[in-house]
Each structure stands twice: as C-alpha cells, then as structure tokens.
Design a protein around this ligand. Structure first.
Ligand SMILES: *[C@@H]1O[C@H](CO)[C@@H](O)[C@H](O)[C@H]1NC(C)=O
Length: 259
C-alpha cells in the first residue's frame, strides 16, 4: 500500500513535470546555432529594449559544433558572431570582430561593427509569422544562412556566393594584427555620409539608392540587406518554432583565414 502511494506520487510528479516543461517549450522558439567555419567562433545575442538576454548574450562554439538556444516566443533582437577572440588575456577588444566590451557573455551589449547581423522579430501570436533578415547595413564579418528546421525554400535566407572579406575594397577593410582582412565595413560605417546612411535628405527609399559599395555587397550576398532601403526588402516571414542559423554555410568560409 505504501509502495503504491509512493509510486503514484512519483507518477503524478512526472506527469506534472512533463506538463510544465511541455508548456515552457510551447512558449519558446529554438535556434540551432551551427558553426561550419573551419575555425572557432563566439556567437553573441542582444535583445531589443524590453526583451530578455538569451544564451547569456554570448558563448564559445568550436568548429563543426551546434548549440541550441531558446528564446521567448515574442523575442526581438539580433544574433551575430565574433571571430579571433582570446578572453584569457586582458586585451581590449578581446575579439578581432564583433567584440562586446571584451566579454564572453555580452549580456545585453551589442557588438562593435562591422559584423553580419541576423535580426529577429518573433511574434507571440502563433497565427502570425516571425520576421527575420540578415543585414550588412553596418558591414560584414562572416556569411550566415537562416532556415527553418523543417526546411522550406520560402523560409530560407541563403549565404553568400563569395567571401566579402576577399572582395572588400581597400577603404572598407578591417585588418587583424597579421594583416588579414577579417571584416568589411559598410560605406555608411566607413564614411558616415547621409547619402550612404540613408539619413536626413536621403532618408527615404526614393532618395537613398544603391551605391558602388552596396552593389559589391549585393552581388556577393544577394539575400541580405546591402543598405538600409534595399529593395525588395530581403525580409523573410515564416511561422516556425525551430530555426537553424549556420555560420559559414559554404566551404569557402575558410577563406577567412587566408590572404
Ligand atoms: C591568449 O592570450 C594569452 C595572454 O596574452 C596568450 O598567452 C595566449 O597564447 C593567447 N591564446 C591564443 C590562442 O592566442
């Protein structure tokens, strides 16, 4: 009799436990962050105002590995990647690209541009789609693809045809200490002109047109925002609960380390 009571108490516990964890999962979206680059990366996340930090704001991801991170189903924010990091020294910045105040866990801080940005806007109403895009408006460090876990062509943002770091014009290049191009600034970031940044008198799609620099970005990575008013807007909307974000989706991601 006593044994039976204990057994039923345990089953009750497990029923409740699975009910509640099931509930928690139902209210979350999963991102599988995959590193296909032939070198380690340090993915980072930053929430928009009013949204919580996810995955501590940043983590280490060795080559070939995947980390699953969870976000509340109404989360808004960005995911990017840092490269060439060394957190064991007191060096500032700790990373060659995308650094956030020299920390591993960005914990709400955004990264130093240029860095390729995955921008995400989840909607709590499950009948509405989630919006996401990849932006080079501040520049580029690595290629990335975004897909739903159940693959669907209309939900996919492809990578780049060529490494933008290899194509980057001299005046936009960011070099590491070894003289390698590790990132490519956007024209807005490099020159801070209204015509490149689509500000003031250039603050509309009619006035802010593609420029010689944004065209280089667009040709290499046609699925990304190459400048603020890129048209048609390369924004994807899809209703899914699981997404895959792959850095260096093509093998040439290795170009990052060559000159
Ligand atoms: C990181 O920095 C420390 C201290 O400067 C240095 O000893 C170490 O070799 C560096 N690690 C790598 C992988 O470069």
């Amino acid at each position: 009799m006593r044994l039976l009571d204990i057994t039923s108490a345990f089953s009750l516990f497990f029923i409740f436990h699975s009910l509640f964890s099931g509930c928690a999962l139902a209210h979350q979206v999963a991102f599988y962050v995959h590193n296909k680059c032939p070198f380690p990366i340090w993915p980072a996340t930053a929430a928009n105002t009013g949204h919580p930090v996810i995955a501590d704001g940043g983590f280490y991801l060795p080559s070939g590995e995947t980390q699953r991170i969870l976000a509340p189903w109404d989360w808004n924010g960005r995911i990017w990647v840092r490269t060439g990091c060394n957190f064991s020294s007191n060096r500032q910045p700790a990373c060659e690209t995308g650094d956030c105040d020299g920390r591993l866990a960005c914990n709400g801080l955004i990264g130093t541009p240029p860095a390729t940005l995955v921008q995400i806007s989840l909607q709590s109403d499950k009948s509405k789609p989630n919006f996401y895009d990849v932006s080079l408006v501040d520049g580029y460090n690595l290629p990335v693809s975004v897909t739903t876990k159940q693959s669907s062509p209309k939900c996919a943002i492809g990578g780049c045809y060529r490494s933008l770091n290899n194509l980057c014009p001299h005046e936009l290049q960011v070099l590491n200490n070894d003289g390698e191009v590790v990132a490519c600034k956007s024209a807005c970031l490099a020159f801070n002109l209204d015509s490149f940044c689509c500000r003031n008198e250039y603050g509309s799609p009619e006035k802010c047109k593609p420029n010689v620099y944004s065209k280089i970005f667009k040709e290499a990575c046609p699925s990304y925002y190459s400048y603020a008013f890129d048209s048609p807007p390369p924004l994807v909307n899809c209703a899914a609960k699981e997404y895959v974000i792959t850095f260096c989706p093509s093998s040439w991601g290795g170009d990052h380390n060559s000159t």
